[in-house]
Design a protein around this ligand. Structure first.
Ligand code: IPD
Ligand code: CA
Ligand code: CA
Length: 264
């Protein structure tokens, strides 16, 4: 298994499909957009791009199964599995905002071992695999070396539904706003993770996430020197629907704010 070759071929595929997604935006009309859950949108582009990714990734690693957001292929329980979000940031895409990304992770026995995130609007491709370094468009990237939360810029996401945890979550937001350079909400969890990996943000946190939002970003942040945990400081961050990703240095400070409020 040569992860470097797999990574390079996956990058090419992500860019091809990204080109399709970028072009398709020009022809997007309300008939192509559907609300699959409350405020949770899907376009024909999400589905067709997922099919292209599944076809291409199957060629790259025929023994691997799939976990995909749009369910265009059945989930299989194989040792290797691709985890795909064909369009992360659909709401941005519909509103003609950036970022919006393709997120492709590869799991080996449920451990993320490779990640490719292509932020289509800015043509920035982030990637890493276990045992290697993290890159953006061929340049090595690292997390920021800022030491304290008070000197940090944080990015987060707000759930579009699953609002039952919103009250404590807003208290977390308030505490972090008061104790940092500020908080941004960009609208693509994959891009949020990629931007932590390259040092634009010191940390990202969000709840209500799915494995396809985070699988690729987990590897990229880790290989860029960052740290990932769930809100309790534990390891249930891939399937656990919540995650803190940081430059390592400010991780404890952030967890001390998030953990008691979100578990209160
Ligand atoms: C969403 C984006 C958003 C996050 C949501 C995700 P989608 O993904 O990553 O930033 O806040 O939780 O569902 O629906 O655009 O693929
Ligand atoms: Ca997503
Ligand atoms: Ca999506």
């Amino acid at each position: 298994m040569n992860l470097k070759i797999i990574c390079n071929t996956t990058i090419k595929l992500a860019k091809q499909v990204g080109q399709y997604i970028r072009e398709a935006q020009k022809f997007l009309s309300p008939e192509n957009i559907r609300e699959k859950g409350m405020h949770d949108f899907v376009t024909e582009v999400d589905k067709s791009s997922e099919k292209m990714l599944v076809k291409g990734l199957h060629k790259i690693l025929p023994e691997a199964g799939f976990i995909t957001e749009e369910k265009t292929v059945a989930e299989q329980n194989t040792p290797f599995r691709w985890v795909i979000d064909p369009l992360d940031g659909t709401t941005n895409y519909i509103h003609r905002l950036r970022p919006y990304s393709i997120s492709i992770g590869l799991l080996h026995y449920d451990q993320p071992v490779l990640g490719v995130i292509y932020e289509i609007g800015s043509d920035e491709c982030f990637y890493a695999y276990k045992g290697g370094k993290a890159y953006m468009n061929g340049e090595q990237i690292k997390v920021s070396n800022t030491r304290l939360l008070k000197d940090s810029l944080i990015v987060t996401g707000f759930p579009v539904n699953k609002h039952h945890r919103l009250d404590p979550y807003l208290l977390v937001l308030k505490k972090i706003i008061i104790n940092s350079h500020g908080v941004r909400r960009l609208g693509s969890a994959a891009a949020d993770l990629a931007y932590v990996a390259c040092g634009r943000f010191e940390a990202f946190y969000e709840y209500g996430l799915n494995p396809w939002d985070v699988a690729a970003g987990i590897v990229i942040v880790q290989q860029a020197g960052g740290k990932i945990t769930d809100f309790n400081g534990g390891n249930n961050y891939l399937f656990g629907k919540e995650l803190i990703a940081s430059n390592n240095n400010i991780h404890d400070e952030l967890t001390f704010i998030i953990y008691p409020l979100m578990n209160g």
